[in-house]
Design a protein around this ligand. Structure first.
Ligand SMILES: Cc1ncc(COP(=O)(O)O)c(C=O)c1O
Length: 458
């Protein structure tokens, strides 16, 4: 690996970023700023060169995260196919639900599985998507989420084939927020994909790209939808960091890939030598591989992932990407490469020694979206438009939620608007909260929840 040339490139890239920081000011006519409307030349050039690298025919950039790009896509769907439902893999991020609820799009879910030992969701494959599309034959789009938080990659090409056999015109969208490297879902036949460049690829927080092959897409409308969703004052530093990140990847993909993979293997070996069990993926033919940079560890009995994560952050300055009830997931990032893998493994082993052991009631992670057909009292977009009231969360079983409640990470909702709340879900969320799990909700302490006002007809 030509380390010297990699470091020289990183240094010159840093210099360009520094120039962007100096230029960052609220001046609409600035060369890099004001990427909307007339789109600055600098941003357009960046998008074009990223499109060439990814081998796609349209790219747009945002400093507002993949959440904004998901809004762009859902805005496009609601304008192009008004009233039509969208089929979403049940492992979707909450932003798909929020966008659908806000934009009036009915949602149907394609069931996902679960590798319980590792608290890792298994995304649905071609058979599940084709069955769902046959049932929901007027769907405007199908949304695949791959890779997952724990790094499972679904074989997009096989889903595309099966889905197109059912309906050749249906839009195929991929939430590739956790993707990295040049290969991307659009090259596998999807129409649109979004990627959070800040997650695996090293750009600044908020960086995201939308990649598209516009054969089935009205490109002008897509650009209009971008203009409708992006801020007119996007961060030029973040936009520049997207350009710089892909500029580096384009030059050093092989070297970077090798460095990350070798490091991950060494880390996993050290962890195994210390007796830890590591998630290796699942043997299902629609799962093509597991991302080598994701390291999900099953913890010894009584060690709570959330508690261990706190200790690792406070005592060892090690930040797991995700904690669960009995697992943690680490990502090998450029920053991780600065510490020897044995040191990280050792910190985890010491953290496990330090953490107070607790017994947790046996609890199944509910994949509520798998049960949407039975839990649905009304469409999510209807529920957010109804009169609502705030009630005690503990007394909400049987009521219809008007809001989203999501354990985060990974951000797969437990409760969505329109869903009848069940005692099992209340219990699960309390257990999670009680052992240090984070929940994204209007009231993250889980004492209150907004529900639909139901009028008794008698
Ligand atoms: C699968 C998935 N999609 C979308 C998002 C939203 O990405 P961003 O934080 O870039 O808005 C996330 C965030 O965790 C995610 O995990």
């Amino acid at each position: 690996m030509r380390l010297r040339s990699l470091f020289l490139d990183i240094a010159s890239s840093r210099e360009r970023l520094r120039d962007a920081v100096i230029a960052e000011q609220s001046v609409s006519c600035d060369a890099i700023g004001a990427s909307l409307g007339y789109q600055s030349e600098a941003t357009r050039e960046m998008a074009d060169s990223i499109a060439r690298w990814f081998n796609v025919d349209h790219v747009s950039l945002t400093s507002m995260g993949s959440t904004a790009n998901i809004y762009v896509i859902m805005t496009y769907i609601c304008r192009e196919y008004p009233g039509s439902p969208v089929l979403c893999a049940a492992n979707c991020h909450m932003s798909w639900i929020n966008a659908a609820a806000n934009l009036g799009i009915p949602l149907r879910f394609v069931p996902a599985g679960m590798a319980r030992e590792f608290e890792a969701v298994i995304p649905p494959g071609p058979d599940e998507f084709s069955k769902a599309l046959k049932k929901e034959s007027d769907a405007a789009a199908v949304v695949i989420t791959t890779p997952t938080y724990e790094g499972l990659h679904v074989d997009v090409a096989s889903i595309v084939k099966k889905v197109r056999d059912v309906r050749s015109d249906v839009l195929i969208v991929v939430d590739n927020a956790w993707g990295w490297k040049r290969g991307n879902p659009v090259n596998e036949g999807a129409d649109i994909a979004i990627r959070s460049t800040h997650k695996m690829e090293g750009a600044l927080m908020g960086a995201s790209v939308l990649l598209a092959n516009t054969r089935r897409i009205d490109k002008d409308l897509l650009v209009e939808c971008g203009n409708a969703c992006y801020s007119t004052s996007q961060s030029c530093i973040v936009l520049m960091s997207i350009g710089e990140t892909y500029w580096l990847w384009a030059r050093h993909e092989a070297a970077l890939e090798r460095a990350f993979i070798e490091y991950s293997q060494a880390l996993k070996n050290s962890l195994r030598e210390l007796g830890f069990q590591i998630f290796e993926g699942v043997h299902e033919h629609h799962i093509s591989h597991i991302d080598p940079r994701k390291v999900t560890i099953k913890l010894p009995k009584g060690v709570i992932g959330y508690k261990l994560s706190e200790i690792l952050q406070q005592r060892y300055r090690l930040i797991p990407e995700k904690a669960g009830i009995a697992t943690i997931t680490l990502i090998v990032t450029a920053r991780t490469l600065n510490s020897p893998p044995e040191k990280i493994a050792d910190a985890i082993a010491r953290g496990v020694e330090d953490v107070e052991r607790m017994s947790v009631p046996e609890i199944e992670i509910p994949l509520s979206l798998n049960k949407w057909e039975t839990l649905k009292a009304m469409e999510a977009h209807q529920a957010v438009r109804c009169a609502s009231r705030v009630v005690d969360f503990d007394h909400s079983a049987g009521l219809i939620s008007a809001s989203v409640v999501v354990p985060y990470p990974p951000g797969i909702p437990s409760i969505i608007p329109g869903q009848r709340i069940t005692q099992d879900i209340i219990r699960y969320l309390h257990v999670l909260h009680g052992i240090g799990g984070h929940v994204v909700a209007a009231d993250p302490s889980l004492s209150k929840i907004r529900v639909v006002e139901e009028h008794n007809s008698d």
